[in-house]
Design a protein around this ligand. Structure first.
Ligand code: TXA
Ligand code: MG
Length: 349
């Protein structure tokens, strides 16, 4: 049985938080909101509890989890050789949507790290998440609370549709602010390296530590012969049931191309979805048009991206044409998730 509880994101009922905390301490699973996406949490220090996460999600065992902490000092319990740059980044961006990879300490059970000698750590800022971890008094391992392969959940309704009956509790704390998963930065090398772009952008990290690299896997389709540093990046993620194509280029040409393609597909009896923006939506006369956000405020696009992908599935469209975006700032995270949803299929005009 799954208990669903609703909590006020700014002022969560502490009795319900404590009930969730005791589920975690008893080896159970709790799905909870964070500022990025919803997570499915277990006590990191209990290998049997962590094992349940992989089963509930249908997640491959070789994909490691993020340990979520609530106190800065806990970083040193679970990570070894924390470099100075990491302290600077933590001071600036924690609590918040930044995950850092370190050498793991011996007390982190290896099921969390898929046997690797590194560990991913993040301190979430969402008040429900933060309070839950603090009251439980343990680190909480939490991947995104979707079935493996589905878009990450940014609303409790997504979690309920994927995980109801598979976890002990689902906390409904409303919709997530950032909408894409945390930025993952490898801190074990000479220069911090972004393995997964997110709400803390390359530009923001650069502003604090001066130099940062972006792992090539962020930009291109993973090939079978390259072993990615972040195992999660090799899986086809975030994919809706429909075939997704990104149409890239000058926005005027993109609109024309999508109009043409939509016409063609409709004539072939296909149901077409169009992922448009506030600036462009009125140009499309045919197809199921969803507005993902405002081009002038790309954070709105990040926030709504996964919800839109799930809505296209609900509408039962066969094909989705998505307008492309610039790769700078939060655009890097948006395009990375869109490319994965599209299986890297794009049309350049
Ligand atoms: O925003 C988020 O990070 C959400 C919320 C719930 O906190 N969590 C999340 O977890 O997205 P998950 O498991 O869906 O993604 C974690 C990513 C995966 O790509 C995984 O491969 C990578 O982090 N990762 C975890 N540990 C790692 C490690 N030791 N080295 C390299 N990559 C690691
Ligand atoms: Mg995930």
């Amino acid at each position: 049985m799954t208990k669903v509880v609703k909590l006020d994101r700014d002022n969560p009922d502490i009795n319900l938080i404590d009930e969730a905390a005791s589920i975690l301490l008893n080896g159970g699973l709790v799905a909870f909101p964070t500022e990025t996406v919803y997570g499915i949490g277990a006590n990191s220090l209990n290998p049997d509890a962590v094992a349940k996460i992989f089963i509930a999600k249908g997640r491959p065992q070789d994909n490691p989890l993020i340990l979520h902490i609530s106190e800065f000092q806990d970083l040193f319990k679970y990570a070894k050789n924390v470099p100075n740059d990491a302290l600077k980044l933590a001071r600036q961006f924690w609590p918040g949507p930044l995950t850092m990879i370190f050498e793991k300490s011996d007390i982190v059970p290896s099921i969390n790290t898929a046997g690797m000698n590194t560990v991913a750590i993040r301190m979430p800022s969402n008040k429900i998440a933060h309070t839950l971890i603090k009251r439980a008094g343990i680190p909480v391992s939490a991947p995104s609370a979707n079935l493996s392969g589905k878009p990450s959940p940014t609303d409790a309704s997504h979690v309920i549709s994927d995980l109801y009956g598979r976890v002990d509790m689902i906390i409904d704390g409303g919709s997530c602010d950032v909408g894409v998963e945390s930025t993952v930065v490898d801190m074990t090398g000479e220069i911090p390296t972004i393995l997964r772009p997110g709400g803390i952008t390359k530009e923001m990290i650069m502003g604090v530590v001066g130099s940062v690299e972006v792992d090539p896997i962020v930009y291109k389709k993973p090939s079978l012969d390259v072993k990615p540093k972040s195992p999660g990046m090799k899986y086809k993620h975030y994919s809706p049931d429909a075939e997704v194509y990104i149409v890239k280029g000058n926005i005027g040409d993109v609109i024309k191309k999508i109009q043409e393609l939509t016409e063609f597909q409709l004539n072939n009896g296909k149901k077409v979805g169009i992922m448009a923006t506030e600036q462009t939506c009125e140009k499309y006369r045919n197809g199921e048009v969803l507005v993902v956000g405002n081009r002038e405020r790309p954070e709105t696009i990040a926030k709504n991206l996964f919800r839109c992908l799930r809505e296209f599935d609900k509408k039962g469209v066969d094909v989705v044409y998505a307008e492309g975006f610039d790769y700078d700032e939060i655009g890097l995270a948006i395009m990375n998730r869109l490319e994965k949803a599209a299986g890297y299929k794009e049309i350049n005009v």
